[in-house]
Ligand binder design. Sequence first.
Ligand SMILES: O=c1[nH]cnc2c1ncn2[C@H]1C[C@H](O)[C@@H](CO)O1
Ligand SMILES: [Zn+2]
Length: 378
Amino acid sequence: MTVEPTPPAGRPLDLPNLSLAPKVLLHDHLDGGLRPATVLELAHEVGYTELPADDAQSLAHWFRDAADSGSLERYLETFAHTVAVMQTPSSLARVARECVEDLAADGVIYAEVRYAPEQHLEHGLTLDEVVEAVLAGFAEGEAAAAATGRPIMVRCLVTAMRHAARSREIAELAVRYRDEGVVGFDIAGAEAGNPPTRHLDAFEFMRANNAHFTIHAGEAFGLPSIHEAIAFCGTDRLGHGVRVIDDIDLPPGADLAAESFEGAELGQIANIVRDKRIPLELCPSSNVQTGAVSSIAEHPFNALARLRFRVTVNTDNRLMSDTTMSKEFYRLAEQFGYGWTDFERFTVNAMKSAFVHFDERLRLIDDVIKPGYAVLIG
Ligand SMILES: O=c1[nH]cnc2c1ncn2[C@H]1C[C@H](O)[C@@H](CO)O1
Ligand SMILES: [Zn+2]
């Protein structure tokens, strides 16, 4: 007697169902996630005339194509246009509100959204005024999302630009607003030539104040940047961290979509990242655009996941990558054959790695994430 294989239980893993799955987003830039139509409207309002297109669809394509350069430096140039239209309290609040609404509509239930306050001072705002405008927008977005039946909690990370010299001030800003919704600090921008240790005093300030931070490291630049971020700066998480794969010898001829990487040999940096359960904020589509990896198929996401690193899935810049959390999940599923239990694991990984307090993380895992995936798993 032959036994028919049982069809996979649960809902099909397609984009509509992925958008219902509870998702947690730790790495998303406010100035990398504007709606194209909003960029146009705000540019019109403030008289910004440098936009490279004048209808929403062409502008969306322009951002995606210009960011698809294979170089982090050129990718970063596209932010000049979004930052230019985010210089007033009302534009900052609008962009923040729409960001929350868009994430909630995609099924994100918790997000940490980051931006660099020092880039929004061109029309005379103070750092505090920038933070307050964004926090007000997040609160409006949370209320609007709850009213549509898609509740979301959004917290803020303030970023310092690594080529500039304001990181200590921005760290102080993070601590000043810690009770208002700013849960951490970060550095971003061009990595080569700007090692994390340039900003050591900012990280020491955060640690002295029992506050959290993450560091963009191991994206355009390799292992030395990851080593500094961990060994000298004491980072809680790694923004990208994808180059940790350079410290792992995969078994000869390993298929990056394999289910097991038995025999892989980890160097000291890879081991400390894994031993200490340092979360990797991986951003697959962004990594392809900046040339950190050559394609999703070549992305080490699956190897790192199977080797039990604490991997999380993130969007980085939804406008530049024309992406959403659901799309990132879908691309990974297509490439590596993941199912709902894998996405539940990545989501729990992300929630455990969030910078809100432990009791809030647990509540979201137990009351929202697990029941949400139980429905999908069937
Ligand atoms: O992936 C990134 N790597 C380094 N810097 C980045 C990345 N995505 C965005 N940024 C920069 C450009 C933004 O203007 C800034 C603050 O969000 O952070
Ligand atoms: Zn980033």
